[in-house]
Design a binder for this molecule. Structure first.
Ligand SMILES: [Fe+2]
Length: 377
């Protein structure tokens, strides 16, 4: 048996409600917990897509008082998070409705509401001293897995950096994963967020924190993504594909919350912080290069991943991911996203300082990282 070590832990404090129409249980779930007021944390796009109305319907039906903060921005900044605080104070529950940005914003708001201070006071690992209030996460994309993780990523524009807040107290109490809510997600966003989920699964299964339970989830997520991501991108109304991707994202989130992410995410965080680029796109670019760099450190795992992708060798598995990226119409070079060679040292420095790199199965020097990123330009 392929055990990574003698001891492992698996932590999943979040109750999960999954399935088409699951959002129709929101009111009853809040009612059961005797929660009488809530702040819905979302963005304008979600509101315009008519998804907020689905949540409001539930809150009204159960007589739950609510307000809406729709000021969430992609790569949520300290400022955009703190702007929601006056609305959050005094509400019994927070409801995050949206992609990773909305969920991460609500997680950070929940910390501020419970423990005070400013967002950056809570930067880093296990700085949050105790439980926050009830938080419900309702994802409208299939990729981040943030509905079940302990992490919120915050952008600090003055530092051109993304920093994490990591604490088990950030985990939502309830995740309502309703694939129906991803039906109107445009193809490019579907593709990019799906590649984020793939990066979570591949990295969780190959990091130094990899463990049997996380592997199980990660491997299944990889199979689902390989089968359903192209279909979901081609036809957003293919609900079997949407369901497959919503499940894959959830499984990959559970996997990386316990098995962690590694080099591809360290690079993606550096690029996202410096250029304010969508996280999924950065992952799609970094993942194959990071895998290629790591192949020798985890040969049996990369072979297994390749087989799940329908290939016979580890190297062919990496190429399959490059092929998938092309098939989905995503960029394959950093230059297409406006990343410049002049920033190379900065990207390398930020990636080396990112916590994810500590979990990489192969140690990375600055010189190796510079070469790797050069190949992505
Ligand atoms: Fe990610």
């Amino acid at each position: 048996m392929d055990m990574e070590g003698d001891l492992f832990t698996f932590h999943l404090p979040t109750k999960i409600l999954f399935g088409l129409g699951a959002v129709g249980n929101l009111g009853a779930e809040l009612d059961e917990r005797r929660l009488r007021s809530a702040l819905v944390v979302t963005d304008i796009g979600v509101r315009e897509a008519g998804l907020l109305a689905r949540v409001e319907e539930q809150l009204r039906a159960y007589g739950i008082e609510y307000e809406v903060y729709d000021g969430v921005v992609p790569n949520p900044t300290v400022e955009s998070i703190e702007a929601g605080l006056p609305l959050a104070v005094g509400k019994e529950a927070l409801i995050a409705l949206g992609g990773g940005s909305s969920i991460d914003t609500a997680k950070a708001l929940n910390v501020l509401k419970a423990h005070g201070g400013r967002v950056l006071d809570w930067e880093g690992n296990e700085t949050v001293p105790g439980p926050c209030g009830p938080l419900v996460a309702i994802p409208t994309t299939a990729g981040t897995g943030s509905e079940v993780t302990f992490i919120a990523q915050v952008s600090v524009p003055e530092r051109r950096q993304k920093v994490p807040i990591v604490s088990r107290y950030l985990a939502p109490d309830l995740a309502i994963v309703d694939p129906e809510l991803t039906r109107s997600l445009p193809p490019r966003l579907t593709a990019a967020t799906g590649m984020d989920a793939l990066a979570h699964a591949v990295e969780a299964a190959t990091s130094i924190a990899a463990q049997p339970l996380a592997d199980l989830l990660a491997f299944r997520a990889i199979e689902l993504i390989n089968e359903f991501l192209p279909r979901a991108v081609r036809n957003g109304a293919d609900m079997e594909a949407r369901e497959g991707m919503a499940l894959a994202s959830l499984l990959a989130g559970m996997a990386f919350n316990n098995g962690w992410v590694a080099l591809a995410h360290a690079i993606a965080h550096a690029l996202g912080g410096l250029y304010d680029l969508p996280h999924g796109l950065c992952c799609a670019l970094a993942l194959p290069e990071a895998m290629e760099f790591n192949l020798g450190a985890r040969p049996e795992k990369y072979l297994k991943i390749a087989r799940l992708l329908g290939e016979e060798t580890a190297a062919a598995g990496v190429d399959r991911i490059r092929g998938l990226r092309r098939e989905l119409g995503l960029p394959s070079r950093l230059g297409e996203l406006g990343v410049e060679e002049a920033d190379l040292n900065r990207i390398v420095g930020l990636a080396l300082a990112d916590g994810s790199i500590l979990f990489n199965p192969r140690e990375v020097t600055a010189e190796e990282l510079r070469e790797l990123i050069c190949r992505m330009l």
